[in-house]
Design a protein around this ligand. Structure first.
Ligand code: ATP
Ligand code: MG
Length: 422
């Protein structure tokens, strides 16, 4: 066996205690925010049948073509995949448990997602998303709700410089008309298309509009626009959404190149982007997917959702240097001697009954070295117990910010500490 230190899988990160405080604060903030809009938590497995993602995300997509961690179950040969996103599993769970039976659902989930991408800043192989889905709602009011709630979250997180890009994909008929025009247009410019685009020309031409290849930007800019093909209902949906956003002072830019390549995505699509994270600037992406529920085998039901990238959001939060609460302790308990040790652990439990955060010194050592640890812990108070204190059922209390050490009976300890902390 090699003695080499084992390393985490490339692109999969440890979140260490110093950083975890930021994550905990983020998770609390997000939970509060979602409750404020009546979205309820749902938790799905991290592993699903590979077929689910092929059906829900589509075979001709970056995710399914090259990013999934798929494997065969060695016991029964099932084809399984680590989830690359949450919408597919969420819709699967909703259908499996018949949650849409008599009421629409506002749901959210959060956790790790897995994609085999080239790791770089803001792009990892295990990353985290918070996903929000509203199932059974057809109107632009829910589209607006989800966009407005994002704007509120950015405020709560203290994030600046994010902007909203908005587009509509229309309905199936207009998208098919547009598709024919796109294919004809790109066929005229075949010499400029890269390998991905050439491959997708007939299978998924809309996806070409999403290409990041600089060499193709000019022909993409000149491509036929879906907006010119929209039917009346879809146009009204889009206009109504915009009116609501305007009433709520939500600024946006219409970006006709914002697309989703699959037939069950329709109407509203949006992305929140920032220029402050380099190339990985999309922090949140969403849209309407009225065809997906049926695609996964349910009775047709409209739906709208979005997912945000937690690592990217937290990178922004850190850029803005928001002061975060550190994980703190109130009391450090120092003790020496056997009797003192017994009293120390009893006292520590009592203080925790009173909701104080207590570090009980473990591992022995001189009073002096223990006091150093107390200093370094950030506690406001040290409780010091030697055997003579223990014999008298008393403890010494030392305010760490300066001030007299006092000796009190155990029954007065909590009052003494509260006096110092207040
Ligand atoms: P990109 O164009 O950056 O690859 P995407 O279209 O693949 O994004 P979605 O599937 O819409 O992304 O996922 C929603 C959000 O999840 C993204 O906007 C981003 O913030 C985040 N995200 C996606 N992939 C990664 C990744 N590999 N590492 C970190 N965050 C990611
Ligand atoms: Mg991607």
């Amino acid at each position: 066996m090699s003695n080499e230190t084992l390393q985490a899988v490339r692109g999969m990160n440890d979140i260490l205690p110093d950083e975890a405080g930021l994550w905990l604060w983020f998770e609390d903030t997000v939970r509060d925010w979602l409750q404020g809009y009546g979205y309820r938590n749902i938790r799905m497995p991290l592993v699903e049948p590979t077929g689910l993602f092929k059906r829900a995300i589509g075979e001709v997509t970056d995710i399914v073509e090259k990013e999934m961690y798929s494997f065969e179950d060695s016991l029964n040969g099932d084809h399984l995949t680590l989830r690359p996103e949450g919408t597919a599993s969420c819709v699967r769970a909703v259908l499996q448990h018949n949650l849409l039976y008599n009421a629409p659902q506002r749901l959210y989930y959060s956790g790790p997602m897995f994609r085999h991408e080239r790791p770089q800043k803001g792009r990892y192989r295990q990353f985290h998303q918070v996903g929000v889905e509203a199932l059974g709602f057809a109107g632009p009011d829910i589209d607006a709700e989800q966009i407005i709630m994002c704007a509120r979250l950015w405020k709560k997180l203290g994030i600046r410089d994010v902007s909203l890009q908005l587009n509509t994909l229309g309905d199936t008929a207009s998208r098919h008309r547009h598709r024919e025009k796109l294919i004809a247009y790109f066929e005229q410019h075949k010499d400029v298309l890269d390998a991905d685009a050439t491959r997708r020309l007939h299978s998924n031409p809309l996806r070409i509009l999403d290409s990041k290849n600089p060499a193709m930007q000019e022909i993409i800019a000149g491509a036929p626009k879906l907006m010119d093909e929209l039917e009346e209902d879809a146009l009204k949906h889009f206009n109504d959404l915009q009116s609501i956003l305007k009433r709520h002072d939500i600024a946006y830019e219409i970006n006709p190149r914002l697309v989703r390549g699959l037939d069950y995505y329709n109407r509203t699509v949006f992305e929140w982007v920032t220029t402050r994270l380099g190339a990985q600037g999309t922090i949140c992406a969403g849209g309407r997917y009225d065809g997906l529920v049926e695609q996964i085998g349910g009775k047709p039901a409209p739906a709208m959702g979005f997912a945000m990238g937690v690592e990217r959001l937290l990178a922004l939060v850190q850029e803005d240097g928001m002061a975060l609460p550190k994980q703190e302790v109130d009391v450090y308990v120092v003790h020496q001697g056997e009797l003192a040790g017994q009293l120390a652990s009893r006292v520590a439990e009592q203080l925790r009954d009173d909701r104080l955060r207590v570090l009980l010194h473990c591992g022995g050592g001189s009073f002096k070295s223990q006091m150093k640890k107390a200093d370094g812990s950030g506690a406001s108070v040290a409780v010091v117990i030697g055997d003579d204190e223990a014999q008298a059922n008393e403890v010494s209390v030392k305010p760490m910010q300066g001030g007299e050490q006092v000796r009190v009976g155990v029954s007065q300890l909590i009052a003494t500490i509260n006096n110092i902390i207040k």
